[in-house]
Design a protein around this ligand. Structure first.
Ligand code: PHE
Length: 427
């Protein structure tokens, strides 16, 4: 459930619709789903197993399993990726908190399509406001790690996640009743081969890594908490199914509304923030549903930022463990939060940093981290006697282990290289 909390977040509800909207809808969806099967499943399992086997987070895990420090660069990459993501992720989480406050005050009710777009621009133009709203989730996340109450959050998300899904189901029902919404369903589900370009494939792969939280060590930490008997394969399937379901639901809510209300599907990062308020207007209890939705969205975002910040905090603690004066967890939380706030402010003031950190983290850094992890486990660990990180569940037969290793050794690294180099226009 904690891993699902890390996976399900703004990636599903904010990023998925806007990237799909910019990349041709149905074509993107098909490539995305293929990526989830091809990369998501093996890599999710691999990260869980690295953590479970070593009992450590990325930094300690790569060292403990390889027996030397040659693979330490991979944990540096994980830590850097977490930073790059946090910069813009907290900005968008800030937008969610801003919209939550506005939902409570009922300030966007009655606004039309153009006014809603203008409303978002007004919010954007106030830098101090964006920074203030961005700092709130940073402090909340730091607070959770400071007081070590992750377990409580996990228990809470066991109730809140189904509530979010239920509310989204209701919203989908309402949206699909609106006149003109079927065009959105066609956009989202119609597959058009001509739309698939190298760039679309790269963005779909990046979205898969981002949405499943893979390729930057976050799930290694979660694997390290797994009890011995826990089934890694079943857990991975559950996380993938839940994460994909939420993303699909977001698409089924947003695109029909986009077409019914006359928004532009390629609107960009603000897409869901301008479309959602228009949807709540059509619901039976507009105030309650918008407040509930934005509150749940904020919580979903926080369960993701916890896992992001944890990557850096664990890195600092594990990396300084052998120093004369190792850093305490709380010191690490303070250092990380301060640096994250600096990044957040940079993202607010320099829009290019915001845009590029999103693209670079998903389409370059996470694929690189995933590539490294696949090579590390597929080529290095699997050859070390007794160190092999493999699915150990007894019901897994020998051939499926071989299949897993084949995928990890050849398919995953080659596909990642091909997609990224092609997407960047290098090939
Ligand atoms: N998967 C999270 C989301 O969809 C984002 C995330 C990425 C969290 C990487 C942790 C690590 O919002």
């Amino acid at each position: 459930m904690a891993a699902a909390g890390s996976a399900v977040g703004l990636g599903n509800i904010w990023k998925f619709p806007y990237v799909a909207g910019e990349n041709g809808g149905g074509a993107f969806l098909v490539v995305y789903l293929l990526c989830v099967l091809l990369f998501g499943m093996p890599l999710l399992m691999t990260e869980f197993m690295i953590g479970k086997r070593s009992g450590k987070s990325a930094h300690g895990a790569f060292r403990a399993l390889s027996g030397n420090s040659r693979w330490q660069w991979l944990s540096w990459l994980c830590m850097l990726t977490a930073f790059v993501i946090m910069g813009f992720y907290f900005v968008v989480t800030g937008w969610c908190f801003n919209y939550l406050v506005e939902a409570v005050m009922n300030s966007f009710s009655g606004l039309g399509t153009q006014e809603l777009t203008a409303h978002f621009d007004t919010i954007q133009s106030s830098k101090p406001r964006m920074i203030l709203f961005g700092i709130v989730p940073v402090l909340l996340t730091a607070g959770v790690l400071w007081f070590d109450v992750n377990k409580g959050i996990e228990r809470l998300s066991k109730i809140l996640m189904p509530l979010l899904l239920g509310l989204m189901l209701l919203m989908a029902g309402v949206v699909l009743m609106i006149d003109g919404s079927s065009a959105g369903m066609r956009f989202f589900f119609r597959f058009d081969m001509a739309q698939i370009t190298p760039r679309v494939v790269m963005e779909a792969m990046g979205q898969c890594f981002f949405s499943l939280s893979i390729g930057m060590g976050a799930l290694i930490t979660y694997g390290s908490y797994m009890p011995k008997g826990q089934n890694v394969i079943a857990t991975s399937v559950q996380v993938i199914v839940l994460d994909t379901l939420v993303a699909l639901m977001a698409g089924v809510i947003i695109f029909p509304a986009v077409f019914a209300f006359g928004f532009d599907p390629a609107e960009g990062p603000q897409l869901v923030f301008v479309v959602l308020p228009a949807i709540f207007e059509k619901m039976t209890l507009p105030w309650l549903s918008s407040v509930l939705f934005f509150a749940l969205l904020c919580i979903a975002a926080i369960t993701s930022t916890i896992s992001l910040m944890e990557v850096v905090v664990a890195f600092i603690c594990e990396a300084s463990a052998n120093n004369k004066r190792p850093l305490h967890r709380r010191q690490a939380v303070l250092i990380t939060s301060a640096l994250v706030i600096v990044l957040l402010v940079t993202c607010v003031f320099v829009p290019e940093v915001f845009n590029y950190s999103d693209l670079v983290s998903s389409c370059v850094m996470m694929p690189l981290g995933a590539l490294g992890t696949a090579v590390f486990v597929g080529w290095i660990l699997s050859r070390k006697k007794g160190k092999a990180v493999q699915p150990n569940e007894s019901w897994i037969k020998c051939w499926s282990r071989k299949f897993y290793l084949f995928v990890l050794r050849f398919i995953v690294p080659l596909a990642i290289l091909l997609i990224v180099l092609n997407g960047l226009g290098i090939l």
